[in-house]
Structure formats: structure tokens, C-alpha cells
Design a protein around this ligand. Structure first.
Ligand code: ASP
Ligand code: MG
Length: 451
């Protein structure tokens, strides 16, 4: 069984659904289980409905009608077989009715509970799955949409429910495996689950990737493919480096680090279940079905140590906070006092560099930085530098290949480096620069490292 997951942009309109249906059709012999997001911006629109009602503002029903129109139109365009169209309408129309009923009820009560929020947000995927199944069936593929609430078991932490792996495995064996065994193609809406009492939950925004990963782990899939609208994971942001190249492979640790450092395509928590279960994971582009995409490996086979860095990530609008104290010389407990302040203000620290009398820390810039600086001044002398970007070169190679550091600093030779970190255990080397040097730095780094 092969799990194929398609994101919202991959099914945003008729042309996209047709393209995706073609991709799945070519893989039927691999026993695919399809996981799909809500079409385009449907989830955002559903959230808008909830927020309007929550704020006692009018307009929710009008958005529901717009969602209805778009989905009906899509069904007519992609579910071309009349009998299949009837089946698809039979599945989608009750969801629309449910949406409208819920809107009326919530407006009457003037209240939106977390539980209702999940029931409403889940509707996008509850419609996209039958539509994609109908499109496949119209092409003669024996596809069937499966209620995600019957597949993904979760706790009742509405809005960010956590999957219960043991129950989900049982449910996958009951709901999905038999369909695959009969040569059918199950299509499951992502993002949605249900509690042991059968109440609908969602896994949090972007949660469809997690659905796919949990299913892949549960069925022991032969592979998990995330079909996105980019060529896998690239050597740099293509908006800055037009000739950024897709990576053939990357380790889970590298992919996770890229996300934390600002430019991941996948959230590490979403792919972890599949990667840890040893399922080969690939990120592919639904708009370029023949490009191979990027493989995410649990660990790099020791024979194929990468000679080059994997990718360049960045974060803009960071603040550099320098804490200086002569009391730090030979003293203990000083760092504790400094970091207590961060803890008290609930500020997450990204990078830290220290010397004997100095600690430099980077954080997301914002109003809280002034508050932070004021409190830190109680313990030490503080200077804040705004308009900083952090550029990070990520790759296992940084740990084990001589000369990469030289390439990085040679690439940056004309740029003033405000700060740098490279810890022993991680796979990144990061530098802090003025925001307006970001593009120059990334272009030059890309030329030196991947050119
Ligand atoms: N449709 C949901 C969202 O937009 C889940 C997903 O697409 O992964 O957040
Ligand atoms: Mg989405």
C-alpha cells in the first residue's frame, strides 16, 4: 500500500483535480490510499465563518453559499460520469446542509464552542474527498471516499487533537486495508478525526500531512508521497535564488532543522510517525509529475555521506540581544538569571552565542523586545540590534566535511556578520546579518555551495 497525500493547492480547481486524478490513476497497481486536503482556501473560509459568528457579525451564511457554489461547480466539472455525479452530490450536499444548520444554530446561540469549530472546519475535507473519489471513479477507477472520522482516532483536544496510534491502527486495518485488498482506492479527507465517542475533531491547521503520516505508519505503507505545489525541498528559496535545485534526498533531521530555521516544506511533527516507522517518504510536485522530488531518509546511509550542505534557510526580522556583564567573569548563576527573564516573558530563544562576558541571543523582533531589554537591564548591560536576518546553512555535511565553513565565510566575505553560531550537535551554521543584505548573502552562498 502506498499513501499519496495531496494538499489544498493540488485540488484547488477542476484543472488541478484532473491533474491529480491522472497522477493517482497511473499508480493504481501500487494499491494507493489517497489522503486529500480541503480544496484551495476552503478551510480559511470556514474559519472566517466561525470568526464572524464569534464576533457577532453578519455574513457567515453568504460565505457558506459561496463555498456551496464552488463545490457544486467543481463536482459538475470533474465528476463527469452521471451515476458517479449523483453519488458525489449525495455525499457533499448533506455536508453543506450541515454547515448551514450549524451556522443558524451558532448564530442563534451567539456562541461558538471549540467542538463546533472542529465540526465546521472539518467540512472542507469531508467534501474534497468524495469529489476526488468521484473524479477518479469517472475515469473508471474503483475509488471510494472513506469517512476520516472512522479512520483517525484522536483525543478530545479540539482544535489540535492528537492521534491515538493504537486505535487508529485498528481502524485502518478495518476501514482501509480491506478496500485496498479488493483493488479499490480509498480516498480519505486529511486533518479530521474523531474521539472514542465519535465526536469530530481536527488535528490543527495543516494537519492533513499528519493524517497521511499516521495512516502510512498504521498500514505499514510501502511509501508515503506528499504531493505539493513545489519541486520537493530545494537548495534555497526560489524567490531569491531562481536556479535553486531540488534535493534528491535529505535526512529527517536536516528537514526538521530547515523548518525550525525558517524554510521547511513539511512540518517535522507531521512526518515523524512515518519516518520513524521506516516508511520511505518523498515530497513531490503535483504540477510536475515527472520530477522525482525529494526523498526524506531516516538516516543517511553511511556509504553516501553528503559532500555538500543540503539547503539554505533564513528568517527575517529578528532582533539580536546582547547581554554584557563583567560579573560573568568566573561567576556562576549569571546565565540562569538571564534566561529566567526569557522564561518569565515566555519568549522563545532561537540562537545563542556566548563568550566569557557576553551572551548574544536572537529572537523574533516585535514589541516584546523592548520589555525584554528593560527586564534584562536589571541583571546586566543590554544592547538590542533590530532589522537582523538569520541565514542558516543546513546539512549533515557541516559536521563531517572539512572546508564547508571556509566556503561559507568566503561567500560572505563582503558582508558584515553580526553574529554566528555552529553548535557541535546540530547540522546548521547560522549567521546574523542586516536585513537588507539577505538576498546578497543567500545568492552568494548558493553560488559557492551549490554553483
Ligand atoms: N485544510 C486544512 C488546513 O488548511 C488541513 C490541511 O490542509 O492540511 O489547515
Ligand atoms: Mg490547507
Amino acid at each position: 500500500m502506498l499513501v499519496m497525500k495531496f494538499g489544498g493547492t493540488s485540488v484547488k480547481n477542476a484543472e488541478a483535480v484532473d491533474r491529480v486524478s491522472g497522477i493517482i490513476s497511473a499508480r493504481v497497481s501500487e494499491q494507493p490510499i489517497v489522503v486529500v486536503s480541503a480544496t484551495g482556501d476552503t478551510t480559511d473560509r470556514l474559519v472566517e465563518i466561525l470568526d464572524l459568528i464569534d464576533d457577532n457579525k453578519p455574513g457567515a451564511m453568504a460565505i457558506a453559499e459561496e463555498i456551496e457554489r464552488k463545490h457544486i461547480e467543481l463536482i459538475k466539472e470533474v465528476v463527469t460520469d452521471p451515476a458517479q455525479q449523483k453519488i458525489t452530490f449525495g455525499k457533499v450536499e448533506p455536508e453543506i446542509d450541515r454547515l448551514k444548520d450549524m451556522i443558524s444554530a451558532m448564530e442563534r446561540l451567539g456562541d461558538v464552542s471549540m467542538r463546533s469549530r472542529d465540526a465546521v472546519q472539518a467540512l472542507g475535507e469531508r467534501m474534497s474527498a468524495p469529489i476526488l473519489a468521484g473524479s477518479l471513479a469517472s475515469r473508471g477507477i474503483d475509488a471510494e471516499s472513506v469517512d476520516p472520522g472512522k479512520v483517525i482516532a484522536t483525543d478530545s483536544n479540539f482544535g489540535a487533537a492528537r492521534p491515538d496510534f493504537a486505535s487508529t491502527k485498528v481502524q485502518c486495518e478495518r476501514e482501509l486495508a480491506p478496500l485496498c485488498a479488493k483493488g479499490k482506492v480509498p480516498v480519505v479527507g486529511g486533518f479530521v478525526g474523531s474521539t472514542s465517542k465519535g465526536i469530530i475533531t481536527t488535528l490543527g491547521r495543516g494537519g492533513s500531512d499528519l493524517t497521511a503520516s499516521v495512516i502510512a505508519k498504521s498500514v505499514g505503507a510501502s511509501g508515503l508521497e506528499f504531493w505539493k505545489d513545489v519541486d520537493g525541498i530545494l537548495t534555497a528559496d526560489p524567490r531569491i535564488v531562481p536556479d535553486a535545485k531540488p534535493l534528491q534526498e535529505i535526512t529527517f533531521e536536516e528537514a526538521a532543522e530547515l523548518t525550525f530555521l525558517g524554510s521547511g516544506v513539511l512540518h517535522p511533527a507531521s512526518i515523524q510517525p512515518a519516518v520513524e516507522a521506516g516508511v520511505p517518504v518523498t515530497v513531490r510536485n503535483s504540477y510536475k509529475k515527472d520530477s522525482p522530488g525529494t526523498k526524506i531518509l531516516k538516516t543517511r546511509p553511511s556509504m553516501s555521506v553528503s559532500e555538500t550542505a543540503a539547503s539554505i534557510a533564513y528568517k527575517k526580522n529578528q532582533a539580536l540581544i546582547n547581554v554584557y556583564s563583567t560579573r560573568m567573569i568566573g561567576a556562576s548563576g549569571f546565565l540562569r538569571k538571564v534566561f529566567e527573564v526569557f522564561d518569565r516573558l515566555n519568549i522563545s530563544v532561537d540562537h545563542i552565542a556566548t563568550s566569557e562576558v557576553n551572551v548574544t541571543v536572537t529572537v523574533d523582533d516585535g514589541d516584546v523586545v523592548a520589555v525584554l531589554a528593560k527586564e534584562l537591564e536589571e541583571v546586566a548591560t543590554v544592547t538590542v540590534t533590530h532589522n537582523v536576518c538569520i541565514v542558516s546553512v543546513v546539512g549533515d555535511a557541516l559536521r563531517q566535511t572539512a572546508g564547508i565553513g571556509a566556503k561559507i565565510f568566503t561567500a560572505l566575505k563582503d558582508i558584515n556578520i553580526l553574529f554566528s553560531t555552529h553548535s557541535g550537535a546540530t547540522t546548521n551554521l547560522s549567521v546574523g546579518l542586516e536585513n537588507d543584505r539577505l538576498n546578497d548573502a543567500i545568492l552568494s552562498l548558493h553560488r559557492h555551495l551549490f554553483g
